[in-house]
Design a protein around this ligand. Sequence first.
Ligand code: TRP
Length: 357
Amino acid sequence: MNSVNPFDTKSGNRPVILSGIQPTGGLHIGNLFGAIKNWVAMQDEYQCFFTIVDLHSITIKQVPAELRRNTLEMTAMLIACGIDTDKSVLFVQSHVPEHAQLAWVLNCYTGMGELSRMTQFKDKSVQHSENIVVGLFAYPVLMAADILLYQADMVPVGEDQKQHLELSRDIAQRFNHNYSDTFKIPEPYIPQTGARIMSLQEPTKKMSKSDGNTKATIFLTDSDEEIKNKIRRAVTDSGELLTEKDFEIFSVNQESFSEFIYSRPGLGNLISLYQLATSKSLNEIGKDLAGKGFGDIKSIVADAMANHLNPTRTRYNEIRKDENKLKEILSAGAEKAHAVAFKTLRKVYKKVGFYAL
Ligand code: TRP
């Protein structure tokens, strides 16, 4: 029984974190530094559930063989990045049927009007106007089910998912109020160091996997050469060279660095990348980059990023090769997730009045 109950750990009842990621396309450094590194850092302090949300991905048309491959690749990459399946529960959403089951019930406790206000639905229905399906409309309800099934205390979310989390809270509160306490009301988790990585080609835009310009995005599977080439060709602005004094000011006054990034997004992005790749302080970075021209700066950042990503990619290639092992990991994850999800769903079915056998 121990092996299927993730709460039977020596550290006792740690607060629960749940987060999800879609298996559409590969992970890039924006995901790594913006989300995954935070997931990795939370694993000791929290009981974490990380789910690869394949049910969500079919709200947009997918090529079946690609979705299947991406799911496996995402699993391998998350492990390569440091998700430790001895500490955290890593699973694929469709392997745990309770997600779809709870989503159906919650659909009956969510207003059409509430869902019509979701900005992601509005944006995506413009982008995919040829195929606006009911699932896309109900997407946030499935996300609420993901979160509420595990009685998550906190959900690490980026800016774009805050509205969905707010809706999850509303649905949970409504259900609790209608019946009795059933769901924990989840709080947003705002990481202390949420890095925002910008496109290498249009540095005022967030780096994204669906960028039409492949030079704009560094994927974790890119080779050293690809990484270096993309950084060497990054778009920068023309402007003054930075001095060591500038970096000293940045290091004592975070706001001045933010303002700098705002006014010189291309160079600012490169400095942030260097900071993330080397974990150096801004003061130390000044010693490496001050007085240098864009060409030199790009080469230094390119080498640092290639070195930083290389071990992860090596681990990934190793893990990805052993599909049987990956299957074992996912089936253990699904079993642990199911053990928790099942209890919540059973309560819900009882409260809404389903006749139990
Ligand atoms: N909607 C999220 C995204 O696109 C992914 C997601 C699905 C998620 N279920 C979740 C995130 C539950 C946090 C919690 O990024």
